[in-house]
Design a protein around this ligand. Structure first.
Ligand SMILES: [Zn+2]
Length: 200
């Protein structure tokens, strides 16, 4: 198989290819609309395909497109697997494939979702509260999320060095990279976008 041939040119083609390939294997398909539209007005959905073979206690789960635009790669992996199985032997293991966890980012070529949220730091268990921030986030907020554009002479490096000297690199790294629920205009605000996946 030509590796390039499994890459789709856009979200809507990728979605159709995923659905066709899963249907060809006899898998059950679901489509969960997210209530947003793509650049051409197309409906955006998280699509799920699953087989009924094998022991449900041993299920292979393959998702794609958590970070929107990265869906081109993940969708290609899913298409390659599904089409390979259709041409050879379907797997004896039960499979659940989730296509485009962030269809908005996939179709609009963005990492974040329709609410400008990065979905990747948000895996809470049922019952865990959607609240809180890293302990040091408040101290770093003005630095990470300036309220106005930087001046031409913005001393970004100096400010960063001062903060690192004061609080340490691990604290700054934690504040930058972790999800948070307390600063709606800040980096890595998280939300409840995983509901669809949990209910599949
Ligand atoms: Zn990613």
């Amino acid at each position: 198989m030509d590796p390039c041939a499994v890459f789709s040119p856009d979200y809507i083609s990728a979605r159709q290819r995923f659905r066709d390939a899963a249907a060809a294997l006899g898998w059950t398909l679901e489509a969960h609309p997210i209530g947003a539209a793509g650049p051409d007005g197309e409906e955006l959905t998280i699509d799920v395909g699953y087989s009924s073979a094998g022991d449900p206690q041993k299920t292979l789960v393959v998702s794609s497109g958590m970070h929107g635009i990265e869906g081109f790669f993940g969708s290609a992996v899913q298409a390659a697997l599904l089409e390979h199985w259709a041409a050879t032997t379907p797997p004896s293991t039960r499979c659940v494939f989730l296509h485009a966890l962030n269809p908005f980012g996939f179709s609009w070529l963005r990492r974040c979702d329709e609410n400008n949220v990065d979905l990747n730091r948000n895996f809470l268990l049922p019952g865990e509260p959607f609240e809180g921030t890293a302990p040091a986030y408040a101290r770093f907020d003005p630095f990470l999320n300036p309220r106005c554009p930087p001046s031409p002479w913005e001393p970004f490096t100096l400010k960063a060095m001062l903060l690192i000297a004061l609080y340490g690199m691990p604290m700054l790294r934690q504040a930058v990279a972790a999800g948070q629920y307390g600063y709606p205009l800040g980096l890595f605000l998280e939300e409840r976008s995983h509901r669809v996946c949990r209910n599949c």
